[in-house]
Design a protein around this ligand. Structure first.
Ligand SMILES: [Zn+2]
Length: 216
């Protein structure tokens, strides 16, 4: 599976420089070259970094597939449960302490269910924005349940990684509790299929994500 770490650190391209964030590669795919950071990301890919070139290619393949037509609908029951949980999460967010925010799902690689992408070993990628933070996650399946690896990234590329803790709540119960490491990363293993919410306190923000479904 792709390593979320690629998004912010690592040895970099032959020409030097850090790997751009996943988010910037999305912007490269969208051609948003007015932003100097997007141009830098594009230059980085052009300089010959293979992992970033592959990442960009898979983003473009995903975009093309989305543009091609209607997506497969999720199972009806999962959808109903998800919308109930979403309402519950909004209500909790509304009554909870200061600055509890609802994360916004920017991209869900669930759409990348194309056999070609799946056989390439791609995990499902998710990207949320939470206030000034971004949460990038990959979800992959294993023999003992799904593995979710996530990384919180500050809005400013040069800022230190945020600290805090998250909980994965499955069907209303805490399934996993994880502290962020020095890189703002966490891992949640052995996730059983179900409808999950990620919530927690990171930086100075308390947040909850909209529910998302983890398949078997
Ligand atoms: Zn790179």
């Amino acid at each position: 599976m792709p390593d979320p770490k690629r998004a912010s650190s690592g040895p970099g391209a032959p020409g030097g420089g850090r790997h751009p964030r996943f988010r910037r590669l999305l912007d490269v795919a969208d051609g948003l070259f007015d932003d100097v950071r997007v141009r830098a990301a594009s230059d980085h890919v052009e300089s010959g970094c293979a992992p970033c070139r592959d990442e960009l290619a898979s983003i473009i393949a995903l975009r093309d597939r989305v543009a091609d037509g209607p997506l497969e609908a999720p199972p009806r029951a999962a959808l109903r449960r998800a919308s109930r949980l979403f309402v519950a999460a909004r209500v909790r967010a509304g009554v909870a302490v200061v600055q509890r925010v609802i994360a916004t799902l920017v991209m869900d690689g669930r759409m990348a269910a194309a056999p070609a992408l799946r056989s390439a070993g791609d995990g499902r990628r998710l990207l949320w924005t939470i206030g000034e933070l971004e949460l990038f996650a990959t979800l992959s399946s294993g023999s003992r349940g799904a593995l979710l690896r996530g990384q919180f990234l500050p809005a400013d590329d040069e800022a230190p990684a945020p600290t805090g803790a998250v909980r994965l709540v499955r069907d209303g119960r805490v399934a996993v509790h994880a502290e962020l490491d020095d890189d703002g990363e966490f891992a949640a293993r052995c996730l059983m299929p179900g409808t999950y919410v990620i919530e927690g306190e990171v930086g100075d923000v308390a947040f909850a994500s909209p529910p998302f479904v983890v398949d078997a």
